[in-house]
Design a protein around this ligand. Structure first.
Ligand code: K7E
Ligand code: CUA
Length: 651
């Protein structure tokens, strides 16, 4: 048995080698012209779908069009982004505050679009920060990050961020179990002492604001991925686990000992009821809650002090374990909510559990022992079927809404299409190479839109012109309208996309915001009329209240600044036309430029270190006279007595 496991592990390692063996030179090498037509979006025409791809280690979210594969935007979420000044401007710095201080980076994995009745509603998209556990909410009107909540008692926030059928909760599970509360203890005392928290974060239906409703304190396994129940299984949430061995060293081997780990089935409705009736224990915890206010264009941080925890043993009938083979990774639920698919990443087969059978087994109290007091259901009692795939290393599954499922295989580098209910394999197509997640627009909802599947590959190698040792990852789009999948196109993606979420363009395009209205600007330092532009000194701090419009800054020349001052440029963009931002940069600035949208106010801090006359300028080519959009700051010695003065345009 052990030999088999080692064999599988070495196969996992071999994927990299396989990828180099040119298994790409086969059937899909030459595309026919009909494939080209299917992805061709003529100049001036628009794509059919938006695709939001997680940025992985970029910490951000990228927006693409399908089928063209054109990248439209990178939305900064967990990482500072000099392109717009996100995380550098005074207004947005609070978005990156945590209980560990300012953390300007994260590893973002799983975007998920808000739902109503199990269907995409296009209001918000959520994404997890894996490393310093956080969940972000991004507006699908402004395409800006509006809120980030830190998740305490979590470490490796990976089985996140997936949402329930009516966006009641965005769910965040810990990948790594840790001591809770955190404390100084020997690592080799992990077993029985570490715990895994599963956080249910409520989402206000009106403004989307998040709040941790409760954290379920589970045994010290690794909670890898999760998905909500839907339809009949609405009210349940499913999490894959691995390292049920609770190994704390050389996990590569030691976490692969058990033939089966679990899918944890959590009846969150039951726990919600328990909590609403006063159940649970408040425990001290420190975590940041950051909210961006669109009216003031400013984010604020609130440090929260406690969190409600729930011991699963206190809520009988709320949590069960479903044995699932081979260190499962993906945990996917089909559009009807009946089937829960566990992809054992060291396996060739897929395990599909039946929700109805699970309920029957629970009602019949047919258990196969327990783990830390949580009942384990019998594998045979909950098994709906097995897909004998013939592939190796299944990771993730999506659905087309026509009764078919599509599963990625990392080791054998392919997407396999199979039928729900009969479990027969219908088609398989190679990917180039080593595919992780895949995405069908709406494929994680009751109503998938079908049409395309996008495979997100981990290894690019020979697909594009080489760019040194580092290459962008490669996505591939397949037409899935026929019985057989057809590879249409490759396109590079930014960072490492893990999951993605797609939505029909028509659901977002018409409501996409074009400008911020100047008359609605509530920023305390906004200059709503150029006549209010001014410079004020307060000790060593100088505040410059500035406005911009094509093609000048008001004021443009400023004197009386001294070395050692801290100079705040509060800049309001007076444009009220779509797509006319102005930029701002000044020599020696230790932050990034700002990109200020029409009607918006942003602030940059500059600490002049050298005497001289220093220019600033607009960084965005905004008009024929953009190159004239500039000004100067005269910086005098610290002991100078030059008075503050500025010019408003007329000399
Ligand atoms: Cu890359 Cu969903 Cu983080 Cu699998 S995860 S690939
Ligand atoms: Cu404003 Cu260039």
């Amino acid at each position: 048995m052990k030999n088999v496991k080692y064999h599988l592990l070495s196969l996992l390692g071999m994927a990299v080698l396989l990828a180099g063996c040119g298994n790409g030179s086969g059937s899909n090498g030459a595309l026919n012209s009909s494939a080209a037509e299917k992805v061709y979006v003529a100049p001036g025409e628009q794509d059919e779908f938006y695709a939001f791809m997680s940025g992985g280690y970029s910490g951000n979210l990228t927006v693409y069009g399908l089928p063209s594969g054109r990248m439209f935007k990178e939305i900064p979420v967990f990482s500072q982004f000099p392109t717009s000044g996100y995380g550098y401007s005074e207004e947005t710095k609070p978005m990156l505050e945590t209980s560990f201080g300012f953390v300007p980076w994260d590893d973002a994995h799983h975007p998920d679009i808000s739902q109503t009745n199990g269907e995409l509603d296009g209001r918000w998209i959520f994404i997890n920060g894996n490393n310093t556990p956080r969940i972000a909410r991004i507006s699908l009107t402004t395409f800006e990050t509006e809120e980030i909540i830190e998740v305490p008692n979590s470490a490796g926030n990976h089985s996140s961020s997936f949402i329930t059928e009516n966006t009641e909760y965005v769910v965040a599970g810990t990948r790594f179990s840790v001591p809770i509360p955190q404390r100084d203890m020997p690592i080799n005392e992990y077993e029985g002492n570490f715990r895994g928290s599963l956080s249910f974060i409520s989402v206000d239906p009106e403004h989307g604001h998040m709040d941790i409703k409760f954290q379920l304190m589970m045994p010290g396994f690794n909670y890898d991925l999760s998905h909500p129940g839907r339809g009949d299984s609405h009210g349940w949430f499913f999490f894959t686990t691995y390292n049920t061995e609770e190994a704390s060293t050389l996990q590569e081997v030691n976490s692969s000992q058990n033939d089966k780990d679990f899918i944890a089935a959590v009846n969150w409705k039951k726990i919600e009821e328990y909590v609403n009736n006063g159940g649970g224990t408040l425990m001290p915890a420190e975590y940041a809650h950051n909210i961006y206010d669109e009216a003031t264009h400013t984010a604020t941080t609130t440090m929260k002090k406690e969190v409600l925890t729930v011991d699963p043993l206190q809520v009988p009938g709320a949590v069960f374990f479903l044995p699932t083979p081979k260190s499962p990774h993906g945990c996917d639920v089909d559009p009807t909510g009946q089937y829960i698919i566990g992809n054992g990443k060291l396996s060739a087969d897929l395990t599909i559990h039946s929700f109805d059978k699970m309920i029957a087994a629970i009602e019949g109290e047919k258990f196969d022992g327990e783990a830390y007091g949580i009942p384990i259901l019998k594998f045979e009692d909950v098994l709906a079927g097995t897909v004998k795939s013939g592939g190796l290393g299944p990771l993730h599954t999506e659905f087309d809404g026509e009764g078919n499922a599509y599963t990625t295989f990392f080791i054998s580098s392919e997407v396999v299409k199979w039928k729900l209910g009969t479990w027969e394999v219908i088609d398989r197509k190679p990917t180039f190479y080593s595919v992780g997640h895949l995405m069908i627009p709406g494929g994680n909802s009751r109503k998938p839109f079908g049409k395309y599947v996008v495979a997100m590959n981990k290894i690019t190698k020979d697909r594009y012109l080489p760019t040194g040792p580092e290459m962008e990852h490669s996505a591939q789009i397949y037409d899935i309208t026929g019985e057989k999948m057809e590879l249409l196109y490759d396109f590079p993606t930014h960072g490492e996309p893990h999951y993605a979420a797609g939505i029909p363009a028509e659901m977002l395009a018409s409501k996409s915001k074009k400008i911020y209205r100047l008359d609605e600007n509530k920023h305390p330092a906004a200059v709503l009329d150029p006549s209010q532009a001014r410079v004020e000194r307060d000790g060593n701090e100088v505040h410059i209240y500035m406005s911009t419009i094509r093609s000048h800054f008001t004021p443009d020349n400023i004197e009386g600044i001294k070395v050692g001052d801290k100079v705040y440029f509060h800049i309001t963009n007076h444009e009220q036309d779509f797509d006319v931002p102005h930029g701002f940069a000044i020599i020696g600035q230790n932050t990034s430029e700002l990109l200020i949208m029409p009607g918006q106010t942003k602030t940059s801090v500059w600490e002049p270190k050298k005497v001289g006359v220093w220019p600033f300028y607009c960084t965005d080519f905004c008009s024929a006279l953009h190159q004239e959009m500039q000004g100067y700051v005269r910086v005098s010695p610290a002991n100078s007595n030059i008075e503050l003065s500025w010019s408003l345009g007329g000399d």
